[in-house]
Write a protein that binds this ligand. Structure first.
Ligand SMILES: *[C@@H]1O[C@H](CO)[C@@H](O)[C@H](O)[C@H]1NC(C)=O
Ligand SMILES: *[C@@H]1O[C@H](CO)[C@@H](O)[C@H](O)[C@H]1NC(C)=O
Ligand SMILES: *[C@@H]1O[C@H](CO)[C@@H](O)[C@H](O)[C@H]1NC(C)=O
Ligand SMILES: *[C@@H]1O[C@H](CO)[C@@H](O)[C@H](O)[C@H]1NC(C)=O
Ligand SMILES: *[C@@H]1O[C@H](CO)[C@@H](O)[C@H](O)[C@H]1NC(C)=O
Length: 178
């Protein structure tokens, strides 16, 4: 009898503790991803750019336009298209490594693609078409993107030879390098 009561007492306490831990982890992800997206916004909006008006600290990052989250409030899709941003894609993009879809197209972004993109090993769709990204396309970022099905880099300012790494993309269905 005594033993049973012991169990009955501890179970709710354990539940309570794991609930607090769960809330803590959700809040942590929430906070860091919110700040990440705000940093992303600052970088992507160049001196003459504008857009992403509802990406503000007082909102939940999962309600930002163009942002899709999973059940744990982690960003799994970004759809930022047709905005006059004129900035660049910062290295912090690598920290959003739960992304499955990344479309940042027709935004007039400039600069080089950050090598930190290599962290996006869950990516299925990667669309950076219609920007002014320049320099070499860093083919090595695709080496870990084993799930990639769509790669669209159409109409940018890339230079240099074709990235040979893309021949290793076994799941690719749509490739546009024009
Ligand atoms: C990613 O894009 C594909 C194709 O457009 C779509 O079917 C899928 O629902 C998207 N996934 C997310 C998480 O947005
Ligand atoms: C991008 O720049 C071009 C001029 O180079 C302009 O015609 C176009 O409207 C711009 N796109 C956006 C979304 O501002
Ligand atoms: C890749 O993602 C992991 C896990 O989120 C993170 O710890 C690491 O710093 C990221 N690396 C880069 C280069 O962004
Ligand atoms: C990439 O985005 C552009 C819009 O800027 C769209 O027209 C194009 O169809 C997209 N590519 C793919 C493969 O979905
Ligand atoms: C893109 O390349 C064109 C010529 O190929 C050049 O006129 C333009 O200045 C470049 N734009 C940027 C933002 O690098």
């Amino acid at each position: 009898m005594k033993k049973q009561r012991g169990i009955q007492m501890t179970t709710p306490i354990l539940l309570h503790i794991s609930f607090i831990l769960f809330l803590f982890s959700v809040t942590c992800h929430g906070h860091s991803e919110l700040n990440l997206l705000l940093n992303l916004k600052t970088a992507m909006i160049g001196p003459t750019g504008s857009g992403l008006g509802d990406w503000v600290p007082s909102s939940s990052h999962c309600s930002f336009s163009g942002v899709t989250c999973d059940d744990e409030s982690r960003v799994i899709a970004l759809f930022v298209t047709n905005l006059p941003l004129f900035g660049y894609l910062p290295p912090e993009i690598g920290l959003l490594n739960t992304l499955v879809n990344l479309t940042i197209s027709s935004d007039n972004l400039t600069g080089k693609l950050p090598p930190e993109m290599a962290n996006h090993t869950s990516l299925r769709l990667f669309n950076i078409s219609n920007n002014f990204f320049q320099g070499r396309f860093p083919g090595e970022i695709t080496l870990g993107m084993t799930e990639l099905e769509v790669l669209d880099t159409y109409n940018n300012n890339f230079s240099g030879s074709l990235p040979m790494e893309i021949i290793k993309l076994q799941n690719i269905k749509h490739l546009h390098l024009g």
